[in-house]
Every structure is written in C-alpha cells, then in structure tokens.
Design a protein around this ligand. Structure first.
Ligand code: BGC
Length: 248
C-alpha cells in the first residue's frame, strides 16, 4: 500500500507517496522551499500544496524538526517559535482534509533506517543521527524507538552541539571536510561515551557524501556507517507513521 510521507526540514519541505512494503518512493518526490519564517500557517499551506500535487486523499505522515508528543509540537529550535504548544496533527489534518500523524523528523528517519536501511535487523543500542540544518537523533534499543531524544542539543565545546557540527554549520562557515570531520568526530565520541551504541548511522543529505568525512573519523568505539536511505529516510519514516490500517 502507498502512503504519503512529507518531511518538513529547515530548508525544504519534501513529499512523496511511499510504497510501504518496499520502503521506497512510489512516485517522484516533490520539494518546496520552507517558508521563512517557518510559521505554522505558512508551513501548513505548503503541506496542503504537496498533498494537492499528488491529488492525495488518504492518510499522511508528516515530520517536524522539533519535539513532538501526542501530535503536539514541544520545541522549535530551527523553526518559528509559534509552533511550541501547537497541535500539529490537528493543524495539518484541517489544512489537508486528510488524517495526519506528525512525528519528530529524526525519529522518522531512524524508523525508516531501522526497517529498510542500515539498521535493519540490528539489535542492541543503535543511534541514528541526522546532520542537516540541525542535528537530529533517534535512539533504538532492540529495534524499539526511544522518541524525542534531542541529542543535537548536547553541549559540545561550550555550545549547543548542532551549532558546532551540523551540516549547515559546515556550509555557512565554509569549513573544509577535514575541519568539519574534526567537529563531527568530537560529537560522535561524546555520544559514544554516553550511550555505548553498537552502531551509529549517519543520516541527512550529507550522508550521500560520507566518503568525504567518515573515513577521517577516529576514536569511536561504535561501528559508524552512512544511512542507506540518505535524505529519503524522513519521507519514508513519515509515511510509516501515518494513521490508518496500512495493511489494507
Ligand atoms: C531539533 C530536533 C530535530 C533536529 C533535526 C533540532 O534542532 O531540536 O527536534 O530532530 O534539529 O531537524
């Protein structure tokens, strides 16, 4: 069965119908720039446009780049603060006329990687980290997600870790891959020491270029691998979270 997944990121809002059996897009994805400011109404309008683009009327899964508990947004590090406390499930359901479930973006990417990607069949503690506008985290214990871990906000060198080591920081500061890899390494060593994961999966758009920085990273006990689904993981995970009887 196909379900529409929509991934709200700091720079783009991307969506595609997903074949939930195969774990891949059933149609070409569409991408629209994230409105600035990324206020709730403006974002809901884009989500409605994506739904309209696919002429969609079934269940929809949407990711949000902040803490989401019971459909309510609880943080908004890289989007408009008006999201905090807002019922995102209800907002998108009303905007689209479709039943919508919202979950944290990194959690969605993690669920997709654990089911169809680099974490498939992995037991024990697995950490999926997404490097984009911020740093997202999804923690799994024997395949079960511990939601909303927010490890991008751990302190690193006196700063919020995502302000030192996100993919956006590399671009904005014009850091070489070597310099950025040093920062990522410091971050990975930190989470490695705190959680002792068996596996760390590096996701986000930058995971497509993992050959430029992963070989430079040393001193991490966990196995460190790039995401298999790269930046598609958010859309696929969002679709997996959509409401309804997906077996039918
Ligand atoms: C947010 C997380 C999100 C991550 C990646 C962080 O700033 O707090 O909730 O998963 O960015 O978008």
């Amino acid at each position: 069965m196909d379900v529409l997944g929509i991934d709200i990121g700091g720079s783009g809002i991307k969506g595609a119908p997903v074949d939930l059996t195969a774990g891949r897009f059933a149609r070409d994805r569409v991408r629209i720039e994230t409105p600035r400011p990324a206020a709730p109404k403006a974002v809901a309008d884009v989500v409605r446009t994506v739904v309209g683009h696919f002429d969609w009327s079934g269940p929809v899964g949407v990711t949000f780049p902040g803490v989401v508990a019971g459909g309510i947004a609880r943080s908004a590090a890289n989007v408009d603060k008006r999201w905090i406390g807002l019922d995102a499930d209800a907002l998108f359901t009303e905007a689209t006329g479709c039943p919508v479930t919202v979950m944290n973006d990194a959690d969605a990417a993690g669920v997709a990687e654990m089911t169809f990607g680099a974490g498939r069949d992995r037991e024990g503690v697995v950490l999926v980290l997404t490097f984009g506008t911020g740093i997202g985290s999804a923690l799994f214990v024997d395949g079960t997600l511990v939601p909303n871990t927010e490890l991008g906000h751990l302190e690193l060198g006196g700063k919020d870790a995502e302000h030192r080591a996100s993919a956006q920081v590399r671009e904005v500061k014009g850091l070489s891959w070597e310099k950025w890899a040093e920062r990522v390494e410091a971050y990975l060593r930190h989470v490695d020491a705190l959680f002792s994961p068996g596996l760390i999966i590096i996701g986000g758009g930058v995971s497509k270029k993992s050959d430029k920085f992963l070989p430079l990273i040393d001193g991490v006990t966990a196995e460190v691998v790039p995401a298999a689904l790269h930046n598609d993981a958010g859309i696929i995970g969002a679709a997996m979270a959509a409401p309804g009887d997906q077996a039918g």
